[in-house]
Design a protein around this ligand. Structure first.
Ligand code: GUN
Length: 297
């Protein structure tokens, strides 16, 4: 039987309409949530992500402050820009698109963002809070995955989740979120990575398999237990001469093969991607609400 498609676009729409109402409520009280966006350089994938994020902000009434800086921007200039945004009361969230050019130290930059405006959830203080199960800004892609599972009625408690990939942006945080003793989590989690011997022997044990390796076809049909739920976080550009732009997007999972054995699967595009952007909007609205309440007390 073919797997049920988890429609990330539809779930994202539902979350966005909830957020739109929260933005309207803030607006009625005189506050417009604001997101400061910084892109350094002209990586084409980063450019299209940033544009999509800004459009999404606009669609629900969040103000976005767009800053596209040249690739040779110095670390000091970038830190100054972040400081300026830290002080700017119109800005509730700061997003520095990663990766940064090699001459800029990523951890110095992430540390410079005010944790109260860290809507990406990458500041070590917020990472630490997530780790110990406290409320904080959760990183957008992992949070999107958790929301997708919850809103699709997929039970995680007591299930074996296998994550493939140990990035700081997806693999490590999604593993962490799903092992917390919380609603929508409480799973047994295995985290596999490039140092794992015999990936298939682990992935075949997964009730829920999360692919976040960054390589097409990391997960093939033989690596999936029949009936498993498969979440594909990958966004890979592969050459395709039949396309106008010369490429097509594929995930980390062999979708055609795996969808013949999985019970549920997310497509690429239209799966995790729209959820990532939506959770950025979620964190920005949350930050504006927290800020408003501080001022209201
Ligand atoms: N690069 C890839 N994913 C992300 C993300 O979620 N946030 C930022 N800032 N950069 C990214």
């Amino acid at each position: 039987m073919a797997a049920k498609i988890i429609d990330g676009k539809a779930i994202a729409e539902a979350v966005r309409s909830e957020l739109k109402e929260r933005v309207a409520a803030l607006s009625a009280k005189g506050t417009t949530p604001g997101l400061g966006v910084i892109l350094v350089g002209d990586n084409p994938a980063s450019r299209s992500y940033v544009t999509a994020k800004e459009r999404a902000c606009e669609s629900i009434g969040i103000y976005s402050d767009d800053n596209r800086l040249p690739a040779d921007t110095s670390e000091t200039d970038l830190l100054n820009k972040i400081n300026q945004m830290n002080q700017d009361s119109r800005i509730h969230g700061i997003l520095v698109q990663l990766p940064l050019p090699k001459h800029i130290d990523e951890s110095t930059v992430l540390l410079a963002i005010d944790p109260a405006k860290d809507v990406d959830g990458f500041h070590p203080m917020n990472v630490g809070k997530m780790m110990i199960g406290e409320e904080t800004f959760f990183p957008c892609t992992p949070h999107g995955v958790v929301q997708m599972l919850m809103r699709s009625g997929i039970e995680t408690a007591g299930k074996h989740v296998v994550v493939v990939g140990r990035s700081n942006i997806v693999g490590k945080p999604v593993a962490n979120m799903l092992l917390q003793k919380k609603e929508g989590a409480n799973a047994t989690v295995t985290l596999c990575h490039t140092g794992t011997t015999d990936l298939g022997s682990f992935s075949r044990q997964a009730d829920i398999l999360i692919a976040a390796s960054g390589w097409p076809n990391t997960v093939t049909t033989d690596m999936v237990k029949p009936g498993a739920v498969v979440i594909d976080v990958g966004v890979n550009r592969v050459e395709d001469a039949s396309k106008k732009n010369g490429y097509r997007l594929v995930g980390d999972v062999d979708f055609d093969g795996v969808s013949t054995v999985a019970s549920h699967i997310t497509p690429v595009p239209g799966g995790v991607g729209p959820m990532t952007i939506t959770m950025l909007l979620y964190n920005t609205v949350l930050s504006a609400e927290i800020e408003f309440e501080k001022g209201d007390r």
